[in-house]
Design a protein around this ligand. Structure first.
Ligand SMILES: NC(=O)c1ccc[n+]([C@@H]2O[C@H](COP(=O)([O-])OP(=O)(O)OC[C@H]3O[C@@H](n4cnc5c(N)ncnc54)[C@H](OP(=O)(O)O)[C@@H]3O)[C@@H](O)[C@H]2O)c1
Length: 430
């Protein structure tokens, strides 16, 4: 690449519009680092006349993103639209098949079609880079693919979604309930204003877990169904009780090799307030890797927002401009392992169980007897009566038990005359 590098940006929303501006103001800096001159030759979004934070050059605007490829024959395409299929997939496919490098922050696309797209990139000898798809500005993917390349990684876990981490932290700090804090998060731009579901229910973090697993364990991006729980059922009560116990609730994404099987989950976890992960608060993300011989490594930083995301997108650009073509998933798709899924029923944890009950004699023993029947031993019980309403909250911390055992044990409490609603279960981090 010794001529001007022609760049296309499709998607000019929060990230794409910021990136567009960064590419313009940092062109000289990029040239001094890479020796390559870049030029934005085409941009695309849904609406040409929408008011945007950074003014766009309407002369190079295309309403059909696919035409940017046929008409401009670029060297590099940034896909910043964000769909898991549809136009995002079509543009990436078309670019790669036309031997054009692609850079994207689109975790939904990579988690769903990453194996297929990586293969096309390899066949056409171009790069498909997606550093910004996991944990925003934190340079975790390149760290795994390159800096930790010689290690055998056994576990990757962390806080992979800033919205949920902000909500949980803010509930603790402000003593406000979930819906009040969600509104605050939406006003601050930390949560989607219309449909925040994908952040709250764990889907966003799960897509990132899938990508991390593939790179860490040199395996195909998995498609298997797995344990995914969000934070929607966490109440202020849980946060307060956790606090009394010296614990904090965090939504963790976990990927691990257990007995040669792949184990991927996203769920709320109770972690010690003294632990590292227990002190990653607000919108911060953190990713912890465990490998041999390197041991434990931790990266922390801002996991979202146009600035951190653009930082990762530009790192991909500079990597492409400086280097050779690399396998998108670290090793060739044909050499990726197909790992069998770990049986979730065998997942073992200590549990936090919160029961909302009628305040009458015998209810506590009904619960503890049921736990005893399933050999679930009790470590601690906290009972808080609500005399006025003739109710009580019972929180039980158990010793370790398997997921299957717990499911069977709790099944009768779903429709039980003395138990007012389905018990809340939060796992303690092992
Ligand atoms: N926001 C973050 O903090 C963040 C962090 C990490 C990763 N990401 C990822 O970055 C990507 C973009 O996110 P975002 O927050 O920037 O999204 P966004 O604000 O919703 O922007 C989406 C852009 O795509 C354009 N678009 C939609 N359909 C189109 C079509 N058919 N043809 C051409 N353009 C189309 C929209 O056009 P109009 O502007 O004309 O409507 C808009 O400019 C996603 O993959 C997301 O997961 C975002």
């Amino acid at each position: 690449m010794n001529r001007i590098i022609k760049i296309v940006v499709v998607g000019l929303g929060q990230v794409g519009n910021y990136l567009y501006n960064e590419l313009k103001i940092k062109a000289k800096d990029i040239e001094s680092k890479t020796g390559k001159k870049i030029k934005i030759v085409a941009i695309s979004a849904k609406s040409k006349n929408k008011k945007r934070k950074f003014k766009i050059d309407k002369k190079i605007f295309y309403s059909d993103p696919l035409k940017t490829i046929t008409e401009k024959n670029p060297d590099i395409v940034f896909e910043v639209i964000g769909q898991s299929d549809g136009i995002s997939k079509r543009i990436v496919e078309k670019a790669l098949k036309n031997k054009i490098h692609v850079i994207t922050p689109n975790k939904a696309l990579i988690a769903k079609h990453g194996n297929y797209l990586a293969k096309i990139a390899e066949e056409n000898n171009v790069n498909l880079e997606f550093e910004a798809s996991v944990a925003g500005g934190i340079p975790i993917l390149r760290t795994i693919k390159e800096s930790l390349a010689s290690n055998k990684i056994s576990k990757i876990y962390g806080i992979l979604n800033g919205t949920t981490n902000y909500i949980l932290s803010e509930m603790e700090n402000s003593n406000q309930n979930f819906s009040e804090v969600l509104k605050k998060a939406q006003n601050l731009g930390y949560a989607e204003p219309i449909n925040p579901k994908l952040d709250l229910n764990g889907s966003d973090a799960f897509a990132k877990v899938r990508i991390l697993s593939a790179l860490g364990f040199k395996s195909k991006i998995s498609k298997a169904k797995c344990l995914m729980e969000g934070i929607e059922k966490i109440e202020l009560k849980d946060i307060k009780i956790a606090n009394q116990l010296g614990l904090r609730i965090k939504l963790l994404g976990i990927s691990e090799i257990k007995n040669n099987h792949l184990f991927e989950t996203v769920h709320p976890c109770l972690v010690s307030k003294k632990s590292y992960i227990g002190n990653v608060n607000g919108v911060m993300n953190a990713v912890i890797t465990e490998g041999k011989p390197v041991g434990e490594s931790i990266l922390q930083g801002e996991g979202a927002g146009p600035g951190p995301t653009s930082s990762a997108l530009l790192s991909d650009l500079i990597s492409i401009l400086c280097g050779d073509v690399k396998n998108p998933l670290g090793v060739s798709v044909s050499k990726l392992r197909s790992l069998k899924q770990y049986n979730i029923n065998n997942y073992v944890n200590s549990l936090y169980l919160r029961f909302e009950v009628k305040d009458k004699p015998g209810v506590l023993s009904e619960i503890t007897n049921r736990l005893a029947k399933y050999n679930i031993s009790v470590k601690r019980i906290i009972q808080t009566p609500d005399k006025k309403n003739n109710k009580a909250t019972i929180v039980i911390i158990t010793h370790k038990t398997s997921e299957l055992n717990c499911k069977n044990c709790l099944s009768i409490f779903k429709n039980h005359k003395n138990i007012l609603k389905k018990p809340t279960l939060i796992r303690l981090l092992n």
